[in-house]
Design a protein around this ligand. Structure first.
Ligand SMILES: *Cc1c(COP(=O)(O)O)cnc(C)c1O
Length: 441
């Protein structure tokens, strides 16, 4: 153990010697001075040298009410004083029960059962396995495939990768994956009726073999904030259900107010069979996700021992995490978070309109508090990926006091829902300055 506090340079040296970061090309990591974040409060991050930054991506989409929210933190401390962990296999506990009830009360009907895990990827794996097993137990033994949208992202474990469709992340693993039926999907609310029709024809061609369809509703986040409306999604999902497939909605990114409603599914008329949630569930405090299912699906698993859902993780239903999740939901009520969103989203879109006039801003896509700003050359052509334009703009944004992370050359703004309108404006101003500083040549 270090017996004195390390200097920032020593810490970075040790990081470079021993740490392997997610989604990080370490050759580049060694070329740029990394930020060492030491503390966070509200919508601000503070680095080890004392510099302050606006948290422009909610610490990778998890923060809803801001860092260090007193109600959520107090719930974790109170739970810690009673019990940090007790297994959910064969036993139960108060936080796990209370959170399940609170989620079911707020989730779209007819979801009625909650299965916990620790990451969004696991929540998707659970839904895929449940849907497949439910179909098998209903006697639909030929239903062994899944349908998913082009450019989908459902996580990084192999089942989630199999239904994912982002080649840059996933191409190398292709030999390990199961074969998914791919459906066309709008990039930004264009040709929705035509693409829905094309998707439905593909579903029909495979209608006896599909166990379930899995979708990110309204916003495909990791694809670079690709957006569609219910006019595309509802007909596709309803056709899938008519053909006998179950519907899995992955709200790991869109859940907890991001699209203006607690769940984006509330804006659809389709009734889901499964809902996957994660990221915002504990306000970025504890690793927790959940798969919600209908009572009808649950009933398919009632019976002989071999009809059991044989899946669980050591930390399934961790009490500290469940207490945090419950408190995070309570804050939505206490602060009336959703009611404040339309005004914030329109303040954001006002400022983004001016940004869209910059020659390098190809498109600004926004659904409430999810924003993608696609950067291209002034000619309209994409920059060469090797130029790392998006990454360089985000590095420039740090000098403007903002932490953000791009997806390719699409800049992502995903501020905490609690961000003050003045800070939302600052976020857009800093983004503009960073684009100018990087591209003005
Ligand atoms: C982030 C994300 C996941 C994966 O969640 P992890 O917690 O990173 O495993 C799955 N689906 C969507 C839509 C996501 O945005």
């Amino acid at each position: 153990m270090a017996d004195r506090k390390l200097t920032p340079n020593e810490l970075v040296a040790l990081d470079r010697a021993h740490v392997w970061h997610p989604f990080t090309q370490h050759k580049e990591w060694n070329e740029v001075e990394p930020l060492v974040i030491a503390s966070a409060q509200g919508c601000q991050l503070v680095d080890i040298r004392g510099n302050r930054y606006l948290d422009g991506v909610s610490s990778l989409w998890v923060g809803v009410h801001g860092h260090g929210h007193p109600h959520v933190d107090a719930a974790i401390r109170a739970q810690l004083s009673r019990m940090a962990h007790s297994t959910f296999l064969g036993l139960t506990h108060e936080p796990g029960v209370h959170l399940a009830k609170a989620l079911v009360d707020r989730a779209p009907a007819p979801l009625n059962r909650v299965f916990y895990s620790e990451s969004g990827s696991s929540a998707v794996e659970v839904a895929l396995k449940m849907a497949y097993q439910a179909q098998q137990q209903r006697g639909n033994t030929r239903r062994t495939r899944f349908a998913a949208l082009n450019e989908a992202y459902h996580g990084d474990t192999l089942g989630a990768v199999s239904v994912g469709g982002i080649d840059l992340f996933h191409a190398v693993y292709k030999p390990l994956l199961f074969d998914t039926v791919r459906l066309p999907c709008p990039a930004f609310r264009e040709n929705e009726a035509d693409l829905a029709q094309a998707a439905i024809e593909i579903l029909e061609a495979h209608k006896d073999e599909i166990a379930a369809i899995v979708v990110e509703p309204l916003v495909q986040g990791a694809a670079g904030m690709r957006m569609h409306s219910p006019k595309y999604l509802d007909p596709v999902l309803q056709a899938a259900q008519e053909f006998g497939a179950l519907v899995i909605i992955d709200e790991v990114a869109t859940g907890f107010g991001r699209t203006g409603t607690l769940f984006a599914t509330e804006q659809l008329s389709t009734k889901p069979d499964f809902l996957c949630i994660g990221k915002g569930l504990t306000n970025g405090t504890m690793a927790l996700s959940a798969t919600l299912a209908t009572e009808a699906v649950f009933e398919d698993f009632m019976g002989d021992p071999d009809q059991t859902f044989f899946h669980g993780h050591t930390y399934t239903g961790n009490p500290l995490a469940c207490a945090a999740g419950l408190a995070c939901l309570e804050v939505f009520d206490q602060e009336d978070t959703l009611a404040g969103l339309p005004a914030k989203a329109s303040r954001l879109s006002n400022r983004l309109e001016a940004l869209a006039e910059l020659p390098w801003v190809h498109e600004v896509r926004q659904t409430s508090m999810m924003v993608g700003i696609e950067i291209r050359q002034a000619s309209g052509e994409a920059f060469r990926p090797g130029l790392r334009t998006g990454k360089r703009i985000c590095e420039a944004a740090r000098l403007e006091g903002v932490v953000m992370r791009p997806l390719g050359d699409t800049l992502i703004l995903m501020p905490p829902l609690s961000m003050h309108p003045n800070d939302l404006e600052r976020l857009v101003r800093a983004t503009r300055a960073a684009i100018m500083a990087t591209l003005r040549g």
